[in-house]
Ligand binder design. Structure first.
Ligand SMILES: *[C@@H]1O[C@H](CO)[C@@H](O)[C@H](O)[C@H]1NC(C)=O
Ligand SMILES: *[C@@H]1O[C@H](CO)[C@@H](O)[C@H](O)[C@H]1NC(C)=O
Ligand SMILES: *[C@@H]1O[C@H](CO)[C@@H](O)[C@H](O)[C@H]1NC(C)=O
Ligand SMILES: *[C@@H]1O[C@H](CO)[C@@H](O)[C@H](O)[C@H]1NC(C)=O
Length: 364
């Protein structure tokens, strides 16, 4: 089965995955109903565009169907304001650049390569691998049968790289949605699905980073060592090795096709430069997913699929209980900006972890 959430830039299988992933938002958004909540901006190219990417546009709420719905809407908007303020605060405290950079080599990909575009509904959807892409794929599956003809329109903002005016225009005038997730749970989820699935994906990832991890931390060359064996044994990279690798190479790497699975959420989504209007929490997807569809005015076309109970905290407890405290510290430091900006608390994660570990012992 297809797994993960890839950019529509790589070849072969990953391209299909990427497109599928990209389809999700695009299909939701390119369907036929009308949406009258967007301000009728007429685009006038101007030199001030760059510096005015900052503001969040105020959108009219959808017509509430009940009093409760109106209350829910109001509460969610308050929460959204709080989440945006957290990002502001974190960006200011860290003195992060506020300007999107499109002028240097590779910077278009880095800045806007993870934004899916829908021109019909004027939406940009920021996607981060291991943050609900599978759920969005479920939506795609449903819509695929309905809107086959719209598939051709899908792209990321990166595809407008040869005309930056087009990029700035969309950043300024479209609604921007992003889902985020507790950082070390997301990292673990990437590790489990890519380096521990004992299938082709694990082969790919062992080629991609496993080789250098084995060389670095086990001190031998896997390929040479098993030269004579037709079917090479798995490298079975451990979570400790993975964490050590991620934190050792740190921020000293360029975002590529696969490392967006572990790079900090903010590196993939650029929240200091891109002013997201809606920041969803993966952990609350069952509520916030359907909310987004309503907010975008496409809920009459598709419904959000049921969100299955997540076993993420079980996996978290199981896997991280094997990790030394110093590695746990390293990885939480590595994601510290994400924790601050997206309103997660490492102390809360640790308390889940500790409770899990010690409760488990009591049961024995
Ligand atoms: C913030 O960053 C800018 C440019 O990167 C630098 O010139 C300035 O000194 C920094 N300010 C602080 C307080 O670190
Ligand atoms: C870039 O896009 C804008 C807006 O669509 C258009 O007016 C302009 O001619 C384009 N520039 C180039 C170089 O294609
Ligand atoms: C890798 O892990 C799998 C599953 O735990 C195991 O069956 C296999 O023997 C391991 N391979 C190596 C080389 O350790
Ligand atoms: C974690 O820390 C935050 C502030 O940093 C605090 O608001 C929260 O109550 C703490 N949670 C736990 C479980 O200790």
């Amino acid at each position: 089965m297809l797994d993960g959430c890839k950019l529509p830039t790589s070849a072969g299988g990953t391209l299909i995955i990427a497109l599928l992933c990209a389809f999700c938002m695009a299909i939701i958004l390119t369907s036929q109903s009308t949406l009258n909540v967007l301000p009728g901006n007429v685009f006038k190219p101007s030199t001030e565009i760059r510096s005015s990417v900052k503001k969040n546009i105020v959108f009219n709420p959808p017509e509430p169907r009940s009093f409760e719905e109106a209350i829910d809407y109001a509460n969610m908007m308050v929460e959204q304001k709080r989440r945006r303020a957290l990002i502001e605060e974190a960006c200011t405290a860290a003195n992060m650049s506020r300007q999107i950079d499109l002028d240097h080599k590779g910077s278009v990909f880095k800045s806007v390569g993870h934004l899916l575009v829908d021109d019909k509904y004027k939406v940009l959807f920021g996607f981060i691998p291991k943050v609900g892409c599978t759920t969005w794929k479920g939506i795609i599956g449903k819509l695929h049968r309905k809107h086959k003809n719209d598939l051709a329109k899908i792209s990321t903002l990166r595809n407008f790289g040869d005309n930056h005016t087009e990029i700035y225009y969309r950043l300024q005038n479209y609604r921007k949605v992003l889902f985020v997730r507790e950082p070390i749970t997301r990292m673990l989820s990437g590790y489990l699905s890519k380096l521990r699935n004992l299938k082709n994906l694990q082969r790919t990832w062992e080629q991609f980073i496993g080789k250098s991890i084995v060389k670095r931390y086990r001190g031998y060359n896997h390929v040479e060592r098993y030269e004579d064996e037709i079917i090479k044994p798995w490298m079975n990279i451990t979570l400790s090795e993975y964490i050590q690798y991620i934190t050792d190479i740190g921020s000293n790497i360029h975002m590529g096709e696969l490392n967006d699975h572990w790079l900090p959420l903010h590196v993939v989504s650029n929240p200091c430069q891109i002013h997201y209007d809606f920041i969803g929490h993966y952990e609350n997807m069952a509520v916030e997913g359907p909310f987004v569809l309503r907010w975008l005015g496409v809920n009459n076309l598709i419904s959000f699929p049921p969100v299955h109970e997540s076993h993420a905290s079980n996996a978290l407890i199981r896997e991280y209980s094997e990790i030394s405290l110093s590695f746990l510290k390293r990885i939480s430091t590595y994601y510290s900006f994400d924790y601050k900006a997206f309103g997660y608390h490492i102390n809360e994660t640790l308390s889940i972890l500790m409770k899990g570990i010690f409760d488990e012992k009591e049961d024995d």
